[in-house]
Design a binder for this molecule. Structure first.
Ligand code: FMN
Length: 217
């Protein structure tokens, strides 16, 4: 295992390896997947699939972290409570951004796109794979609403814990499910020497082809 000092020194190495147009794939999801894999296997990147989701409703922006749980040609999927602030915001205005902050690798990816609910069956399939405690937690938490105390939440958890036998499958709460963000723009940022960072943005055109451009850092 590398020491912290060794890893910090590796940053300089990343600075040498940049984004070169000739080596970039036509589809940004391919590049995203390889960066995600590298982040996941980097021992100092915590929660490589964590992304900051920003929404705007009534002209007020808000951001929070969620976990990427699926990535297909349709887009980036996360799961949440459909009564939460973020879900209400999306239902009012489905233009969102996602930011993957892979600081130890001197990398950042920013996605802009539109969010839509995934199918109920997709949400149910994922819910079934969650640990039992998280499943009960999803029933107990009215995400984003005010609690009178921690005790109130724990009481609700106990209530739901007793609702199903240990061997019984816990159903997906009606107000819980996924959103998929269909990307219209994906920007890759790679730290380079002398602040001459690489910024490569892919933008989806009218014909659904990705156009690639390099931006000033
Ligand atoms: C590392 C991390 C991962 C998280 N993942 C999720 C998630 O996948 N879904 C979710 O609803 N909240 C997740 N949260 C909690 C959210 O950041 C947020 O507090 C919560 O969803 C309520 O947000 P809202 O009131 O803006 O709707 C996560 C928080 C952290 C720090």
């Amino acid at each position: 295992m590398s020491s912290r000092e060794d890893i910090a020194a590796m940053r300089r190495h990343y600075g040498e390896v940049g984004l070169v147009e000739a080596n970039l794939p036509a589809n940004p999801l391919e590049l995203f997947n390889s960066w995600l894999k590298e982040a996941a296997s980097n021992e100092i990147v915590v929660e490589a699939n964590a992304m900051v989701l920003s929404t705007v409703s009534a002209d007020v922006p808000s951001s929070r972290t969620v976990l990427l749980k699926d990535l297909t040609e349709k887009g980036f999927t996360f799961f949440t409570n459909y009564g939460s602030n973020k879900a209400k915001s999306i239902l009012e205005n489905n233009n969102v951004s996602l930011l993957f902050p892979w600081y130890p690798m001197e990398r950042q990816v920013i996605v802009i796109g539109s969010a839509t609910k995934v199918s109920r069956s997709e949400s149910e399939s994922y819910f079934a794979t969650r640990p039992r405690g998280s499943q009960i937690g999803a029933w107990a938490s009215e995400q984003s609403s005010v609690l009178s105390s921690r005790g109130e939440l724990e009481e609700k958890f106990k209530e739901f814990e007793n609702k199903w036998d240990e061997n019984e499958q816990i159903p997906t709460p009606p107000n819980w499910g996924g959103f998929v963000i269909s990307p219209t723009s994906i920007e890759f940022w790679q730290g380079r020497y002398s602040r001459l960072h690489d910024r490569i943005r892919y933008v989806r055109d009218k014909n659904n082809n990705w156009q690639l451009m390099r931006l000033n850092p």
